[in-house]
Design a binder for this molecule. Structure first.
Ligand code: HEM
Ligand code: HEM
Length: 88
């Protein structure tokens, strides 16, 4: 396994961003389904939104925890010069 910490952090950042957007969109797909159905050209109707929303929180929580562990200095064992952001 040669992937650097920095690469892993980047992948986690993007995954978290995507999951967050999906959660908000599917959440709104339940409450404001008329708007979301129209915007997504019927792809994300109320039923699909509901189904997705009910399990998306699991990967979201996993990735969020990973993100916090990877970015918060408090939890880092040691810093590498390459991935050091210069302070929070
Ligand atoms: C849904 C919630 C969150 C999303 C979507 C999110 C997303 C992101 C993204 C995309 C970056 C990268 C920014 C960049 O590369 O310029 C980032 C950086 C960061 N996030 Fe989050 N984040 C979330 C929650 C949190 C939480 C709860 C914490 C801390 C408790 C946190 C701490 C940080 C830190 C410290 C960085 C900077 C990392 C660095 O530059 O080395 N984030 N976040
Ligand atoms: C980070 C964002 C979010 C997370 C982590 C999240 C997570 C959850 C979870 C865990 C549930 C309970 C599922 C269950 O009953 O098993 C839920 C239900 C629900 N969420 Fe979200 N949610 C988010 C954003 C939103 C947004 C933005 C909306 C809409 C404005 C929304 C609307 C709803 C609705 C309407 C339910 C109830 C579904 C039902 O009737 O049981 N959520 N959400």
């Amino acid at each position: 396994m040669t992937m650097s910490n920095r690469t892993i952090s980047k992948v986690v950042h993007w995954l978290l961003l995507v999951l967050t957007v999906l959660l908000v969109v599917t959440g709104l797909g339940i409450t404001e389904y008329q708007v979301i159905t129209a915007i997504t050209f019927g792809v994300l109707g109320k039923a699909a939104s509901f189904k997705l929303h009910l399990w998306l929180w699991i990967p979201f929580v996993v990735v969020l925890v990973a993100h916090v562990l990877l970015t918060t200095r408090l939890f880092r064992r040691r810093r590498t010069a390459k991935s050091d952001s210069g302070g929070v």
